[in-house]
Design a protein. Structure first.
Length: 258
């Protein structure tokens, strides 16, 4: 998991490094795609993290198709700065977050239809939470992930977001996104496989942390323009992780989100 996370972090950082020209970043992502494919096909990767990941790719049967979707998601950040509707945004969230969950459950040893549904929805929920938290930072890069159809519905001008202007329309629009995130948390909760729960400690702790973050966003009415960047204290995160682990060991656990 450390190696898999390191790879995902490297790819994400490649896409988000604003100090590098877009064409160079696109070229670098293509190099990552080719190197991951070499690792999946038992070739000789060039990048250290791909070489380190190669034995685990075979051990846990990690498919190149999921890694490729992750790269496609990162490539979209280079050329796509607006999302027409929730259909487009859902596809992005799948590629940026859910595929990481789908890879992770293979490493955890619990890849089945139920856990795939669980991973897909938890990834969607956490990515939507991320989007709500990072609206201001994304706007500085010229990106608006909030669907245009929803902004039009609530009368939100793009300039308001780009200039950090909080409006009633924006509050209503972000509340709608939060409700969609809540729905995905609920679906993840309903498909949580209790018999495999001890294998999902990490993902459950992450779900609980992001659920708390969504609560903090709600408390400020999703106004991230005036509030400092919201985050969860590291000691709180450790507490959530420990509590999740203990309850799962005692088989007395129920997901706290949704």
């Amino acid at each position: 998991m450390v190696t898999l996370y390191a790879l995902c972090r490297k790819v994400d950082d490649t896409a988000d490094d604003d100090s590098v020209p877009l064409a160079k970043r696109a070229e670098s992502l293509q190099q990552w795609r080719a190197d991951i494919q070499r690792a999946c096909e038992w070739g000789e990767p060039q990048f250290l993290v791909c070489r380190e990941l190669r034995p685990f790719i075979r051990q846990y049967d990690l498919p190149f198709s999921l890694f490729d979707e992750l790269i496609v998601g990162m490539e979209s950040d280079l050329k796509k700065t607006r999302y027409k509707d929730f259909g487009e945004l859902k596809t992005y969230c799948h590629r940026a977050a859910s595929v990481v969950g789908l890879l992770s459950i293979r490493v955890f040893g619990c890849d089945c239809n139920e856990t795939q549904h669980y991973a897909e929805n938890l990834g969607q929920a956490m990515q939507l939470t991320n989007i709500l938290r990072d609206v201001s930072e994304d706007a500085e890069r010229g990106r608006i992930y909030l669907p245009q159809s929803m902004l039009e519905k609530h009368g939100v001008a793009e300039d308001d977001i780009l200039n950090g202007h909080f409006t009633v329309g924006y509050a209503n629009a972000t509340q709608e996104i939060a409700e969609r995130a809540w729905a995905h948390y609920r679906l993840a909760r309903e498909s949580f496989p209790k018999e495999l729960g001890q294998l999902l400690v990490a993902s459950e702790a992450m779900g609980a942390i992001y659920w708390r973050l969504l609560g903090k966003l709600k408390a400020v009415q999703y106004n991230i323009f005036e509030a400092k960047r919201l985050k969860i204290n590291r000691f709180v995160k450790l507490g959530i992780g420990l509590r999740t682990w203990l309850l799962l060991r005692r088989k007395a656990y129920t997901p706290v989100y949704g």
